[in-house]
Design a protein around this ligand. Structure first.
Ligand code: NOJ
Length: 563
C-alpha cells in the first residue's frame, strides 16, 4: 500500500491534463452477482473492455455504504463499500487490477452532505439541541411561535423545502436540519473542526489504498453563511450568496490539495482533485483551480451548450482562457439527458432546471446519433482531458418512458412527478444478447435490472456494436486509439482556422515540436446545413460519417492529417 511522501511541486505526473476518463456508474455498469444491480465484481470483469476501449482512467460514482436515497450520494460510511457493490477487498483488488491495465482510479467523495443514517447524524438526533453532535450539521429552531416554520426560505435543489423538522428524544417536535438535497442528505457544517479533520482522513484513507483522484461532489456548496439568511429570488452565485461559491471553501480545498500532493510521488504518479462546480459565471471557476487548490473542474458550459458552431466556439474559447487549469470536455454524465437524445431535439441545449421542457420535445434519434458522433470527434480533438459517461460510447439514448412506479430518482418524487428526474440516463448497460438483461446480469440472475432496458437496445449492445464496423463503439475505439497515439492530440494548444459559417475548424500541432513545421491534425466539424469542402492537401484520419462525393456532410466531423 502506498505511503505519503513529502509534498512535491509541480506534480510528478499530471496525467489528468490529457486523460480520457470513463465515468463508471457502478449500479448500471455490470452486475456480477445476479441481483440486478451493478457491482465491483462486474466492473472488474469488464476491465479488459475498458482497456481495449482506450481509456486512461475510471471515475467511479459513489460506492460507499448508503441507504440509496439518492443512488449512493447519501453516504453512511466514507471508508467502506456498500454490500450491494461488494467489499473493501473487492475495491482493493479492482484498484490493483485497473493499475495493471494502466488505468487510474478516481472516486467520488461527497463532502456537502451525509446520509441521515451516518453515525454522526444518528448521534446528533439523539444528543439534542446545543450538543457538539448537532454542531456538525445545521440544526436550528423553527420560526413562528411554536417553531413550526422552517428557519429560512431555502428550497431543496431536489424540490420542496431545504429543512426537515426532527422529533426530539422526548417525542416533542424539535429543531430543523438543513438539506440542500433530499431530507435523507443532511448538510455537514464545514465550520466544524471535526468535519474538516474527518474528510482529510477520508482522503488519506483512499489515497493510501492507491486511488489516483477524487471527484468532489457539489464542490461549490460546502460553506454556508452561519446566519442562514433568507434568499431572494434573483440572488446570484458569488461570495454574497449564503450557500454557494463562498470564499471560505478555498481554505478547505487548499488543505485537500496538500493531502493529495503528499501522496504524489514519481513512482506512483500524481493524485488529482476534480471539482463538480456548477456556476453560471465561468470566470469564478478560476478561483477553484488557483495555485494550490483543485487541479481541474468539470466543464458544464460545454455540456449544456447547444449543437451550434458559434455557441460552441465561444464555450471552447472561454474554457481555454481559464489558463489556471487544464480543460475538461464533458458531453454527458449521470445527472443530465443522454447526448443522442439532446442532439436529436429541436432545442439541443440542456439545463438541469428545465428538464421537463426538454422531455416535452420530440426526439429524432437518427439525427441525434449523427450529431453525437460528430460531437465525439470534435470533443476528442480539443486540448485537455475528456470524460465519457458509460453508454455514451454505445450511443444509448435517454430512456424517457420508464413507468412511473419504477422511477427511483428522488427528484421525481420530490417534484410530484413534475420533473422526470435522471433515471433515464442511468439504465443498466446492454452488453450482449437480444433480450433484457442484455448480458448486464449473469445468466439465471435472481432479479431483473434495477431499471428496465428498452428492447431496442438489442442493436446497441457491446457485442452487436463490436460486430458492426460503423457503430458508435467502433468510432469511439478508433478515435481513442488515434487520440492516444497522435502527439498532436490531447494536451497542448490549438489554432482556429478560417471556415465558413457553421463550421468549426482548428489545428492541433505536435507540442513537442513547437516552432518546427510538423505533422498537425486538423479537426473540421460541419454544423452547417450544407456540405463543405475539405482542404486539398489533407488526408483523412477519421470521419464521423461517410463523406459525400469528397465533401463533409452536415453534422459530420473529420480528423485530417495536415502537412
Ligand atoms: C451531484 C451529483 O452528481 C448528483 O447525482 C447528486 O444527486 C447530487 N450531487 C447530490 O449529492
Amino acid at each position: 500500500m502506498p505511503t505519503p511522501s513529502a509534498p512535491s511541486s509541480p506534480s510528478p505526473d499530471s496525467w489528468w491534463r490529457a486523460a480520457a476518463i470513463y465515468q463508471l456508474y457502478v449500479r448500471s455498469f455490470a452486475d456480477g452477482d445476479g441481483d440486478g444491480i451493478g457491482d465491483l465484481a462486474g466492473a472488474r470483469a469488464h476491465l479488459p473492455y475498458l482497456a481495449a476501449l482506450g481509456i486512461d482512467a475510471i471515475w467511479f460514482n459513489p460506492w460507499y455504504p448508503s441507504p440509496m436515497a439518492d443512488a449512493g450520494y447519501d453516504i453512511s460510511d466514507y471508508r467502506s463499500i456498500d454490500p450491494v457493490f461488494g467489499t473493501l477487498d473487492d475495491a482493493d483488488a479492482l484498484i490493483d487490477q485497473a493499475h495493471a491495465h494502466g488505468i487510474k482510479i478516481i472516486i467520488d467523495v461527497v463532502p456537502n452532505h451525509a446520509s441521515d443514517r451516518h453515525p454522526w447524524f444518528v448521534a446528533a438526533l439523539a444528543a439534542g439541541p446545543g450538543s457538539v453532535e448537532r454542531s456538525r450539521f445545521w440544526f436550528r429552531p423553527g420560526r413562528g411561535a411554536d417553531g413550526s416554520l422552517p428557519p429560512n426560505n431555502w428550497q431543496s435543489i431536489f424540490g420542496g423545502p431545504a429543512w426537515t423538522r426532527v422529533v426530539e428524544a422526548d417525542g416533542s417536535p424539535g429543531e430543523w436540519y438543513l438539506h440542500l438535497f433530499a431530507p435523507e442528505q443532511p448538510d455537514f457544517n464545514w465550520g466544524s473542526a471535526d468535519v474538516r479533520r474527518d474528510f482529510e482522513d477520508v482522503l488519506r484513507f483512499w489515497f493510501g489504498r492507491g486511488v489516483d483522484g477524487i471527484r468532489i461532489d457539489s464542490a461549490a456548496l460546502l460553506c454556508k453563511d452561519a446566519a442562514l439568511p433568507d434568499v431572494t429570488g434573483d440572488e446570484q452565485p458569488g461570495p454574497a450568496h449564503p450557500y454557494m461559491d463562498r470564499d471560505e471553501v478555498h481554505a478547505i480545498y487548499q488543505s485537500w490539495r496538500a493531502v493529495a500532493d503528499s501522496y504524489s510521488t514519481v513512482n506512483l504518479g500524481g493524485r488529482m482533485l476534480i471539482g463538480e462546480v456548477w456556476l453560471p459565471d465561468g470566470s469564478r471557476l478560476a478561483r477553484y483551480v488557483g495555485p494550490g487548490e483543485l487541479h481541474t473542474v468539470f466543464n458544464f458550459p460545454y455540456l449544456n451548450c447547444p449543437w451550434d458552431a458559434a455557441a460552441l466556439r465561444q464555450v471552447i474559447d472561454s474554457t481555454l482562457a481559464l489558463a489556471e487549469a487544464p480543460a475538461t470536455w464533458v458531453l454527458s454524465n449521470h445527472d443530465v439527458d443522454r447526448v443522442v437524445s439532446r442532439y436529436g431535439r429541436p432545442d439541443t441545449a440542456f439545463d438541469l432546471d428545465r428538464r421537463p421542457y426538454f422531455h416535452s420535445l420530440p426526439v429524432d434519434l437518427a439525427l441525434g446519433t449523427r450529431r453525437a458522433r460528430a460531437a465525439a470527434l470534435l470533443t476528442m480533438a480539443l486540448p485537455g482531458a475528456i470524460y465519457i459517461y458509460q453508454g455514451e460510447e454505445l450511443g444509448l439514448g435517454e430512456v424517457q418512458d420508464i413507468p412511473d412506479e419504477l422511477r427511483q430518482d428522488p427528484i421525481w418524487a420530490r417534484t410530484h412527478g413534475a420533473d422526470p428526474g435522471r433515471d433515464g440516463s442511468r439504465v443498466p448497460l446492454p452488453w450482449s444478447g437480444t433480450e433484457p438483461p442484455f448480458g448486464f446480469s449473469p445468466v439465471g440472475a435472481a432479479a431483473a435490472p434495477w431499471l428496465p432496458q428498452p428492447k431496442e437496445w438489442r442493436d446497441l449492445t457491446v457485442a452487436a456494436e463490436t460486430a458492426h464496423p460503423e457503430s458508435m463503439l467502433q468510432l469511439y475505439r478508433q478515435a481513442l486509439r488515434i487520440r492516444g497515439s497522435a502527439p498532436a492530440l490531447g494536451d497542448g494548444g490549438m489554432s482556429w482556422q478560417p471556415s465558413p459559417d457553421g463550421v468549426l475548424a482548428f489545428d492541433r500541432a505536435d507540442a513537442r515540436d513547437a516552432g518546427v513545421p510538423s505533422v498537425s491534425v486538423r479537426c473540421v466539424a460541419n454544423l452547417s446545413a450544407g456540405p463543405v469542402a475539405l482542404p486539398p492537401d489533407a488526408s483523412v484520419l477519421l470521419v464521423s460519417g461517410p463523406l459525400d462525393d469528397g465533401l463533409l456532410p452536415p453534422d459530420t466531423t473529420a480528423w485530417l492529417r495536415i502537412g
